[in-house]
Design a protein around this ligand. Structure first.
Ligand SMILES: Nc1ncnc2c1ncn2[C@@H]1O[C@H](COP(=O)(O)OP(=O)(O)OP(=O)(O)O)[C@@H](O)[C@H]1O
Ligand SMILES: [Mg+2]
Length: 191
C-alpha cells in the first residue's frame, strides 16, 4: 500500500480536484483506492455524498488499516498540520507568488518525495505558459485550465465518470500525473 498527501500552503489551487481525479484514475486501473478528506471544509466528502463516485471518501483517517492499494489524503492548506503520506503532491498555480510560497513551505517536508504540479495552467496566457514551462523543465507536472474539471465536480463526478463527455484530454493528463507519482513512489506501472 502506498499513500499520497495532496498538500499546498495555498488555498484554492486544486488539491481537492486533483485528489478526486487521481483517485478516480487509480480506481479505473483496478486499484483499491481510498480518499481521506483531512480538510475541515470536507469538500471531497461533499462530492462523495452526491453518490456518483465509484470509490470511497472518508472523513479523516480510517480507524483501522484499510485494504487499499493507494490512500490519498486531501490535506488542508495550512502549515500547522501534519503533512502525511509516503509522498506529497504539491499543486500550485502558475504564479510567481504561489511558486515562492511553495518553495518556502516545502523546506519543512523532510525525507519525503515531493511532486510539484502546476494546476489550471491557462495556456493562452504567455506569462503562465512561460512559468509553467520553467517548472516543467525542473520536473513539475502540468494540468491545464479546463472547465471540465469543475463541471464534473459540480455533478459529483470526476473526469473519469463514463458519462462525463469531452474529458479525454483531461483523463490523459491526470493519468500522466498518476504515472509520475507512481514512478516517484516506486510503484510498478500497471499492466
Ligand atoms: N485544472 C483545473 N482547471 C479548471 N478549474 C480548476 C482546475 N483545478 C481546479 N479548478 C477549480 O478551482 C477551484 C479550486 O479547486 P479546489 O477546490 O480543488 O482547490 P483546493 O486547493 O482544494 O481548495 P481549498 O484550499 O479551499 O481546499 C474549483 O472551482 C475547481 O473547480
Ligand atoms: Mg480542497
Amino acid at each position: 500500500m502506498i499513500s499520497l498527501g495532496v498538500w499546498s500552503p495555498k488555498g484554492g489551487v486544486g488539491k481537492t480536484t486533483l485528489a478526486l481525479n487521481l483517485a478516480a484514475a487509480a480506481y479505473q486501473r483496478g486499484r483499491r483506492v481510498l480518499l481521506c478528506d483531512m480538510d475541515p471544509q470536507q469538500s471531497a466528502v461533499d462530492v462523495f455524498n452526491d453518490k456518483q463516485l465509484p470509490f470511497t471518501v472518508l472523513k479523516g483517517q480510517p480507524a483501522i488499516v484499510p485494504r487499499a492499494d493507494l490512500i490519498i489524503y486531501d490535506l488542508p492548506p495550512r502549515t500547522d498540520v501534519e503533512i502525511i503520506g509516503d509522498g506529497i503532491l504539491v499543486p500550485m498555480r502558475a504564479s510567481i507568488l504561489d511558486i515562492r510560497a511553495v518553495n518556502k513551505s516545502i523546506r519543512h517536508i523532510i525525507k519525503k518525495p515531493i511532486i510539484k504540479c502546476v494546476n489550471a495552467v491557462d495556456v493562452r496566457r504567455q506569462d503562465e505558459r512561460l512559468l509553467a514551462m520553467r517548472l516543467y523543465s525542473e520536473g513539475a507536472l502540468l494540468i491545464k485550465d479546463r472547465s471540465i474539471y469543475s463541471r464534473a465536480i459540480s455533478m459529483g463526478k470526476t473526469v473519469f465518470n463514463t458519462d462525463v463527455y469531452g474529458a479525454s484530454e483531461a483523463r490523459t493528463e491526470v493519468n500522466r500525473l498518476l504515472d509520475a507519482i507512481d514512478k516517484v513512489l516506486g510503484r510498478q506501472p500497471d499492466e
